[in-house]
Design a protein around this ligand. Sequence first.
Ligand code: ADP
Length: 482
Amino acid sequence: MSNQTVAKTRSGAWFYAILPLAVASGIFFIDTFTKLDIAIAVLYVVVVLVSAGFLNRKGVLAVGGICMFLAVLSYLIVHGNMEPGSPAIRCVISLCVIAITTFLTVTNQKATQELSSQAALLDLTHDAIFVRDMHDVITYWSAGAEELYGWRREEAIGRRATELLNTRFPIAREAIDEQLRSTDRWQGELGHRTRDGRELTVTSRWSLQRDERGRLVATMETNSDITEHKRAEDQLHQARSQLSHVNRVATLGELTASIAHEVNQPLAAVVTNGEACLRWLSRDEPELGEVQLSVERMISNGRRASEVVARLRALARKDVPQRVELDLNDIVDDVLPLVEREIFRHRIKLVVDLASPAPRVLGDRIQLQQVLLNLVVNAIQAMATTRNGPRTLTVVSNTRLDDSGGKIATLKVGDTGPGIAPEAADRLFTAFYTTKTDGMGMGLSICRSIIEAHGGRIAAAPRPEGGACFVLELPLLEGVHA
Ligand code: ADP
């Protein structure tokens, strides 16, 4: 409080102390020394009411007592030697009125004190709290709001909240108001601007106040500043996506032999068909039918090579994740050609069982390819270490209903490797957990964050017949396939 304000408050206190004294003296004078035949003493209630503004409970009771004493004193001075008559009745009425007023004032003072101490509690919280009426005009502004937004109470009260704070809503304001009216509550993230122009992100909780007839009165808004938290979250997200990209490129690096083969094979076929084509053409009577067949094979092999290159370029690119409608079987078809050579090199039998019609999901194609590629490469590497027994890689897509009747798309990758040790099961998906000498231990942890960001889950389980099985589940796109 400034010195000026303190001085003003002090002079105000003096004024309020002198005023009831002057009023009481005036009433006593009129009651005692004038011949008015009315219950002047009733006016002492004014003194009681004014004193409630600056005295506590005991003080108000004392003032009430003094007023009653003065009323009786006046009566005794003026009518003390007369027979009791109407002046005595007037005096009794005045005494009753003063007593009742004193009692009600003290009771009301207690309730007011309780209310104001409750309102003061709101100032203790670090959250910014304000109340606005149904026209969006601010009627209460807490100390936390002053601190967060930089607007003082007297500057904020009476202003429209949306204009003062330059509010940015996550959805249409009408939709928010509709939810508020139907449930009396709303919660979400808002953008606000402070007095000095800083942009804030806050979590905002709104509660609707109604009167006893259910009519809308006001909205209380409680806001907590999460700007820093949001910034850190964005940076974390960025770091994660960079890490995910590094992991993807590293996995592709492990597959160089396979990929080279995938591109080389169609190119070799183009050359072979080209040579055959020339031979058919150089005959005395060119075999045009055969020439056409060779050219068609050249085109299809060329396409295959360029598709593999396109797939690789997409996987190696650093793109912002996108959500599109996807066919889960297409993800399998995109990924398997990249590991075909590895499968062949390690003499692994590939069993693919894809659901028909294909389960459709909403997701990022490259990210889901990355997950499947990770699982398949892990499975191949796990089986590469086994000496005896069959080596089988199974990839199965399917759909199922969950416990609450929701439709789920599933993709299972099973192998006949050494399986997962029980003590490792809990740690598989944590970052940097690896049992490989050259492993990073990031693959499965990235797979989990990708799948969870898609609203799904991923789990690993040992297979009864030996080996491991990784299952990923994603929400199935409704109305496409049950
Ligand atoms: P990295 O492949 O770099 O080790 P991952 O996060 O992909 O990282 O895998 C973590 C660990 O999980 C592996 O080191 C391995 O011990 C285990 N693991 C993953 N897949 C399988 C599998 N199919 N069979 C057995 N163990 C597996």
